[in-house]
Design a protein around this ligand. Structure first.
Ligand SMILES: C[S@@+](CC[C@H](N)C(=O)[O-])C[C@H]1O[C@@H](n2cnc3c(N)ncnc32)[C@H](O)[C@@H]1O
Length: 368
């Protein structure tokens, strides 16, 4: 139909469910590296920025409610929650010299899209875990909890996912049409402008939602991917990865296995901001103070061995199979990832060792 809007990739990205060899649960050690690298920073941030006495005064028990936004299937969300609980218990113990009349209880909320495999996540929780847990399906770009009900919010490796691909970038009549690429390279001015506008809108929605839900003085811990200030994504390791990824679609088109129009209407709903951009958005929103903001790539690199090629390939499939399947159909999935694996091995690509380093932003925000 002439006036039909081009179809963009689905609004809900889905990490591969279950706990099989190709699942996100078995292929998220790169993201776990990020979670591990920031454990000490979380303990430090809670010790220095959370006024626990304000919440614990006089009562015999106090429930801390903690929410993980974009939890996926695990196991990283479990580690993150444990790190936060450890930090709260440690601070409570130190505040009271191990002698508090107040018993702490913890209620943990796991948020992700309704299509996330929550069953696998809940099955992986040890039956003896002494916490109250609940799943909260829905986009974190809207309200998910009652007003002032959450003490600590957490989100890792999730906020670079946009709520949708900006429509203009897949509209061949628009000046922002992203011809020849599947992501925001950070070079084409109009394309970049469209992605930035979507990112700003989404961040504003996220901050507004959490601004309502967090108690006054509550903390939001955010870990997200980004770029060094002034560096386009295409010059970074992640950009090089998307180039490789996108080239497989072209190969399959040349082989006649994928429709060219379908490829042209495919863009990734992802934006990697600089710390400067994120800082400005948080300040403009005004609901949170920035207690700390660090870029921790170098620390991560020092602490982590580089992943093997096979490991990288499995991670890519666990993260992106859902998008490919949704847009191009199930029948193309194996062929696409076989092509990706071949090119990956030929190119010698290794995450963490190609192009300019990407940034990992670690932020502690306080609800004011
Ligand atoms: C790469 S995974 C990260 C999972 C986990 N936090 C970690 O660090 O391993 C990103 C997760 O964010 C979720 N996500 C992305 N956009 C979302 C949204 N708007 N609302 C809720 N979850 C979202 C995805 O479904 C996915 O499970």
């Amino acid at each position: 139909m002439a006036n039909e809007e081009p179809k963009t990739v689905p609004q809900q990205i889905i990490m591969k469910g279950g706990d099989g060899p190709l699942s996100y649960a078995k292929n998220s050690s790169l993201q776990k590296g990020v979670v591990d690298a920031t454990k000490g920073m979380i303990i430090h941030a809670i010790a220095n920025n959370l006024d626990m006495d304000k919440f614990c005064s006089q009562s015999s028990s106090q429930t801390f409610r903690i929410a993980d936004f974009g939890c996926s299937i695990g196991p990283n969300t479990i580690f993150s929650m444990q790190n936060i609980i450890q930090a709260l218990e440690q601070k409570h113990h130190e505040n009271n010299h191990g002698n508090s009349p107040t018993i702490l209880e913890f209620q943990l909320f796991f948020n992700d899209h309704s299509t996330n495999d929550f069953n696998t996540l809940f099955k992986s929780i040890p039956p003896s875990w002494p916490y109250f847990v609940a799943g909260v399906p829905g986009s974190f770009y809207r309200r998910l909890f009652p007003k002032s009900s959450i003490h600590i919010g957490h989100s890792s490796n999730a906020l670079q996912w946009l709520s949708k691909v900006p429509q203009e970038v897949v509209d061949c009549k628009s000046p922002a049409y992203n011809d020849g690429s599947i992501y925001c390279r950070g070079i084409e001015k109009e394309v970049t402008k469209a992605y930035i506008a979507q990112f700003e809108k989404d961040m504003e929605s996220f901050l507004n939602g959490r601004g309502e839900e967090l108690v006054n003085g509550g903390l939001m811990v955010i870990l997200m991917g980004g770029v060094p200030n002034g560096i386009p994504l295409s010059h970074t390791a992640i950009g090089k990865f998307y180039d490789l990824f996108g080239s497989c679609l072209l190969d399959l088109t040349n082989k006649g296995l994928v429709n060219e129009e379908k490829v042209k209407s495919f863009n990734l709903p992802l934006y990697f901001p600089s710390a400067k951009e994120v800082k400005e958005l948080i300040e403009r929103n005004g609901r949170f103070s920035i207690e700390s903001m660090n870029e921790i790539t170098e620390q991560l690199k020092r602490g982590q061995p580089l992943p093997s090629a096979q490991n990288c390939i499995s991670h890519v499939r666990a993260g992106f199979e859902g998008l490919i399947k949704d847009h191009f159909g199930t029948e193309i999935v194996d062929e696409f990832f076989a092509c990706y694996a071949k090119k990956h091995l030929q190119s010698g690509f290794v995450f963490g060792d190609n192009g300019v380093d990407n940034t990992l932003m670690f932020m502690i925000l306080k609800r004011i």
